[in-house]
Design a protein around this ligand. Sequence first.
Ligand SMILES: [Cu+2]
Length: 842
Amino acid sequence: MAKRVAYPNPLPRPKGELDQLRAVWAVPKKWRVLSAVNNTVIGHFYIGTALLFFLLAGILALLMRAQLAVPSNTFLSQETYNQVFTMHGTVMMFLFAVPAVEAMGVLLLPQMLAARDLPFPRLGAFAFWAYFVGGLVFFSTLFFDLAPSGGWFMYPPLTGAQYSPGVGADFWLLGIGFIEISAIAGAIEIIVGVFRTRAPGMTLDKLPMFAWTMLVFAGMIVFAFPAVILATIMLELERALGWPFFIPAKGGDALLWQHLFWFFGHPEVYIIFLPAAGMVSMIVPTMARTPLVAYNLIVVALIATGFFSFGLWVHHMFTTGIPHLSLGFFSAASMAVSLPSGIQVFAWIATIASGRLQWTTPSLFVLGFLFIFTLGGLTGVMVAMVPFDWQAHDSYFVVAHFHYVLVGGMVFPLFAAFYYWTPAFSRRALSERLGRWTFWLMFIGFNVAFFPMHLAGLMGMPRRVYTYPAGLGLDIFNLISTIGAFTLAAGILVFLIDVIRNFRPTLSQSAGNVWNAATLEWLNNEAFAARSVPYITSRDPLWDQPGLKEDVNAGRYYLPGALTGRRETIITSPFEAAPQYLARLPGPGWTPVLAAVFTAAFFLLLTVKFVTLAAICAVLAVIMILAWMWDSDPEPVAPVDVGGGERLPTYVSGSSSHSWWAMVILLLVGGALYLSYVFSYLYLWTVSPQAWPPANGQAIPSLPWSAVSGILLLSSSAMMFAASRVLAQRRLTGWVFVPLILLATGAMLASLGVEIAAHWETGLRGNVSSYGAMVYLASFLQLQLVLPLVIMMGFVLARWLAGRLNRVRRVAFDNLHLFWQYSVGQGLFGLLLVHGFPRLVG
Ligand SMILES: [Cu+2]
């Protein structure tokens, strides 16, 4: 093994090295810039789009405040108002908050970690474009009176087919689908990026706090989003096919939706808040000119918050009549989760106290955040008390509470971040003078708008009403709130003027490290991030490692050029950040854009029931994805010297490959989705145990049926293991390999066919009882795995035939194999549950 040398290499760099690096990473010119996949370009698009949705949803808020300014107002009709508040909440949560923090991660993480790019640039581009196209179409439903109107959390039975007959609810259910896909794709990118593309020497205890929070953020997405994905699948199946998951008369339960939704929805609050807290943890030390106090404790607090936030969802359901013991547990847990947030707040205060705070615009926004968020936390403890919540539930008190938490906890830190990081990406910093105006207008406007809502709520004003009669004592609070809302909007207007006047994006001539910050994103960055990848020995490298910046710029560290003539980044080990191999990355291309457009079109066409067109778009989307995957597993070349005495291989397969990591995370998403299914199955059984299975002769299929299905699954698993062995042989034996994988595919398909036929034979139907619906849902979820498996199998076969798959170059097969064995496991578990459980309890 090569000796690791951490010192900068004093030898002069070869001529033309920097020019070649620039050429390889060049951003496409003019309109072709849309085909860029580089994180800096995509990051800018991403943040711009998130801001656009923030403005659009903000305008909806102003419409609502205009309507509520005076009693008995007729500015908006009731139906329009319902659509407006539903879209305001949905757009703010799904199209602004989550994408905005993800966008900050995409833009900042590679620079912060001194990676050239994120590990899957095309996946990142795909995630962005799916969000951009789908989000805009989804928003425009408002202009055609087709927008959903059942509230952003879409409770059935209001959103079921009976009470929401139009396509509005379908737009929500399918329209949110691609946003979920986009969020999960981004989460995979971020987890693999943080674990595997850090600068050499940047061990986990030297990770910038923002990267820590993005890691927890992405991990929470992996486990929280599947619950809402399953819920949307179920409600859409109920609306489209009549499978009665949420209809009590047929054994369903509307509360199941609430459990699934809030199992996602509560962590969602922290999914938004934690990255914002991470931004604050970066800004505070710079502005106080001192290292962050209690780094380790903050990391523990972050992980604890991420963990505990999954145990609180029932506090959104205190008024639904659940047992008192559960109420006590969830009430206590809801109060306990304020402790880790408290740790962070005290760590920031201690950091500010131990340094000398510079009174800049980012500092102002941080202080504004501390004030507003703490107030929101205090009202949070109030509504965590069950008896108080019974009074305040569904009133404006709750509206005030969660706006203090979300706007205080996320929007103010985000604006701090805009002012803080602009100099790293723009020729000029934003104006400090306009920034102060922005801050004070926003801070005063926010409090004037939302503080009176606490009082209106306590006086009995309910949420989601489009008007109220005069003389109840609500008039004055509402008028003040409206004035505050427009003041807040004026602050954001000043911000936009500032951006237009001063923001000049650049990839090489930024204003630079104007705050004298300590972390690597403040090195001289271009499209490829820093000129060379430094060896890190400190948590605050630009403060503690003298000469670092000069050595990095002179190319004296790792990877000073384009060593294989392509885009590349160093993949490091997950904990110690020791260099492991050189990953070659793709350049610009249209396939991710087109794949995203077709994916969004698929979901939206399905909504308006253009099934054929939707199917065509799905096929086109798959073709585009396969086209980009085709060159994403490039041919291995000889190991290269990346500098510092480090010779790295250019190709690895197995568990150290970064794409293996991505697949494992994807399977965790699948597992979380399936666990949500198991929860729903058991939950509906407790609701109607007498119908499990129904007594009307629709028995469970006889044992041989179940056994055949299981044996087919097991044999397909065995054949894939055998195929994997064959592929590892030195002598290529295609006539064994190809039949093996084809037979495995046949067995997998047959197993699913047998399972569905067996239940159909007994006369069981999905639309008659919740039991039938749950049985067929298991097969539906299995089909969701089998379809991609068949497509991936075709892809692997094509690569085999084209000579792109062999003993060494086998990542495509390994990924398929992982996915395969997972699907076998899920299928077997499903058989045990669906065939075994009713026998056990029946
Ligand atoms: Cu909550």
